[in-house]
Write a new protein. Structure first.
Length: 266
């Protein structure tokens, strides 16, 4: 079963013809192909397999295209508006074949599924609007297929064998700020008796409340002594502590006298 859109480009080749020199004799196209010759003015000319090929004179035709006229299968995924807020999703499969290669070139069709996406959705939307969630899927699908029985495309492209398949409804999202994993219920079941707290199922995302940051501390002013009264004398200034440097081989005794070995006085 095809699970994605399927399409094709009906124009297989396109090239510009020189104005000065003729491009030489043109071969008849193989079965399932057709040449489309585009002149500077006037109607286009289509050459199918087995038909006589015109003489390509210089300056008469400006471009030529090779168009695929075989049948192809198309698969389109459509979203249809139902009755009320519900929406229907369906997949349409059908067969397609180009019947007028010149018209396909003139219309610029390069993606066949994209060219028929709008007309198919418009036809099925008129049916889906009358069905809501209260109708069975089989009834809705039968109504969609009934609307496609006489859908044959247009004179340029023939469509046939269209069949619509209603797809399962898509699961709703968990809402803003939530997360949903397929196969996991949105709300966890109640905790067993005797166990406190809320249970969390694997695959769910639990919101966390961030603790607020503490307010910034004010900058500490420099230590400034309080103002001194005018009748109070200033405190005495103590002399800085004098450090004694030790010299290798010299030292002091316990009574403060220098050691004789260092050459000092006793």
């Amino acid at each position: 079963m095809v699970t994605r859109a399927l399409t094709y480009d009906p124009v297989l080749e396109g090239r510009t013809l020189p104005r000065a020199l003729p491009p030489g004799p043109l071969r008849t196209p193989p079965p399932g192909r057709a040449w489309v010759l585009v002149p500077d003015a006037g109607p286009m000319r289509t050459v199918r397999a087995g038909e006589p090929v015109p003489e390509l004179r210089a300056g008469v035709y400006r471009r030529m295209f090779l168009v695929d006229t075989t049948e192809h299968r198309l698969v389109l995924d459509l979203r249809l508006a139902g009755r009320g807020p519900s929406a229907l999703h369906c997949r349409v499969e059908l067969m397609c074949r180009v019947t007028d290669p010149g018209a396909v070139v003139a219309r610029g069709i390069r993606d066949m599924s994209a060219a028929w996406h709008g007309p198919l959705r418009e036809r099925l939307r008129n049916v889906s609007r009358g069905y809501g969630a209260d109708r069975s899927r089989a009834a809705v699908q039968d109504a969609l297929n009934a609307a496609l029985r006489d859908f044959t495309g247009d004179p340029d492209v023939r469509l046939y064998g269209a069949r619509a398949e209603l797809l399962p409804r898509r699961e709703p999202s968990a809402g803003p700020g939530g997360s949903r994993v397929r196969g996991i219920p949105h709300r966890p079941p109640a905790a067993p008796p005797g166990l406190g707290g809320s249970g969390v199922l694997p695959g769910e995302v639990v919101a966390r409340k961030e603790e607020p940051l503490p307010p910034p501390r004010p900058s500490r002013p420099p230590d400034v002594p309080p103002p001194r009264p005018p009748d109070v004398p200033p405190p005495p200034v103590s002399a800085p502590e004098r450090r004694v440097s030790r010299v290798r081989g010299a030292g002091t005794t316990d009574d403060g006298r220098r050691d004789r070995r260092g050459g000092g006085r006793t």
